[in-house]
Design a protein around this ligand. Structure first.
Ligand SMILES: [Ca+2]
Ligand SMILES: [Ca+2]
Length: 438
């Protein structure tokens, strides 16, 4: 009953002010109301009233209240009318969005200090028309990604690493990256991470489906590209994946349906940015695709971590629950800006909640879970890039990067974390203002 009432209350009170030209007015008596009403058929008087900025009568409501219009939207004009009891804006009421129950836990989106101010950005767009490619472990079936995915590809050439019995194929489903003790040069085993699903949902989980979380760009589409499997992935597979997903031709792989606006790389390895990788990234940029990379989680300078250290990449450091550089995050000159990545302090609600699978090894059922790292910070930036290009498709990669940097907020970074904290609201405001000036 309470839930029903809550939904109803939201339906009644979820209103948004619009151009503010109409007002609902109550008068103390009929005589005052009658004096204030302007005969609608008297066009000369109407025109004179509009020119004078006076309230123009629109309608009488069943309760006896009246609706007026004011050309300049200034309610102060009602002060001149006698007998006015109350004036309120005749607001536009919209269907109440179905709530996403875990949104309140997404401090990374709405916390006044540590969040990216997504709600201000959503006044401009929720990402409609934009596409985000996520090169990662692939995707799992999850209601938060239903209808969000475009056809992807599995670029893992090694069947043992891919765990799907073959090499490259059109199915980008995540087969699990669990490790037995001793695997991958590590003594302890590990559960499957479902890393790709977590990353994709942070960028583009459905909004208003009464389930889970909200992605930064909930109306953008996602291309899942599988490059990470058991014990990670090969650089050569990633290079081909980058070439394909930015619109290049890759032998044996059908061409891409729609070139993405941004490629998210929540992955890293140590070493310099190799020539072949730098070339693939430069080609993506030349085709107008922005590339966002995690700075890495070594607590070290990102200059030694690739692709974070590659030229032209938007490299993202991780901030904690208090907008400070997270202890695990890489930093340094290579970092473009920072975004919430979680505290990784043992308090799981200080990390980032998103879509995952419950299976310890293979897929079992879709749930939600917390993860922390620069892998979680990067898709927040990629989501904002999708919002920016949805708001203004004419933006170049250089424009996107400039807006992200210019509109970032200060963060507490004892080591360099680029321009500071990603601010989706300020960034989208700036994009809209610049577009309006053109
Ligand atoms: Ca395969
Ligand atoms: Ca949702």
């Amino acid at each position: 009953m309470y839930r029903h009432c809550l939904a109803l209350c939201l339906a009644l009170f979820t209103t948004t002010p619009t151009h503010a030209t109409q007002f609902i007015v109550r008068f103390a008596d009929q005589a005052s109301a009658a004096a204030a009403r302007m005969p609608a058929e008297n066009t000369t008087r109407r025109k004179r009233a509009i020119d004078a900025g006076q309230p123009r009568h629109i309608a009488m409501l069943a309760t006896g209240a009246d609706v007026f219009e004011i050309e300049d939207g200034n309610a102060a004009h009602f002060a001149r009318l006698p007998g006015v009891i109350s004036v309120e804006e005749d607001r536009i009421i919209r269907p109440a969005a179905l709530p996403d129950p875990l949104y309140s836990r997404q401090w990374s989106l709405h916390d006044p200090r540590a969040g990216i101010d997504a709600e201000v950005a959503w006044k401009h767009t929720r990402g409609q028309g934009a596409v985000i490619a996520v090169l990662d472990t692939g995707s799992t079936p999850h209601a938060e990604l239903d209808g969000q995915l475009l056809p992807g590809y599995d670029f893992i050439s090694d069947a043992a690493r891919a765990r799907d019995g073959d090499g490259r194929d059109p199915d980008a489903t995540d087969e699990g990256d669990w490790e037995d003790p001793g695997d991958c040069g590590r003594r302890a085993g590990a559960r499957s991470s479902w890393h790709g699903t977590h990353v994709m949902a942070l960028a583009g989980a459905r909004q208003g489906n009464r389930l889970g979380i909200v992605g930064v760009a909930p109306e953008a589409k996602i291309i899942p590209v599988r490059v990470l499997g058991h014990c990670g992935g090969r650089l050569s597979d990633m290079i081909d994946a980058l070439a394909w997903v930015s619109g290049g031709e890759v032998a044996g792989v059908p061409p891409l349906e729609r070139r993405p606006d941004v490629i998210n790389l929540s992955l890293s390895t140590t070493g310099a940015c190799g020539d072949a990788l730098a070339d693939a990234l430069a080609q993506a940029r030349a085709r107008g695709v922005a590339v966002v990379a995690a700075a890495g989680n070594d607590g070290a300078d990102a200059h030694a971590v690739t692709p974070a250290n590659c030229p032209g990449v938007i490299t993202v450091a991780g901030l904690d629950r208090h907008a400070s550089l997270a202890w695990y995050s890489n930093h340094g000159e290579a970092v473009t800006l920072a975004a919430p990545g979680g505290s990784l302090s043992g308090v799981r609600t200080d990390d980032l909640i998103s879509a995952v699978d419950q299976g310890a090894r293979t897929r079992w059922r879709s749930v939600f879970g917390y993860l922390a790292g620069t892998s979680m910070a990067a898709p927040l930036v990629s989501g904002v890039v999708a919002l920016m290009r949805s708001a203004d498709p004419a933006l170049s990669v250089a424009d996107v990067t400039r807006h992200l940097i210019d509109n970032a907020r200060p963060a507490r970074c004892p080591r360099l974390c680029g321009a500071g904290l990603l601010d989706a609201g300020a960034t989208l405001d700036a994009v809209a203002q610049e577009k309006a000036r053109r």
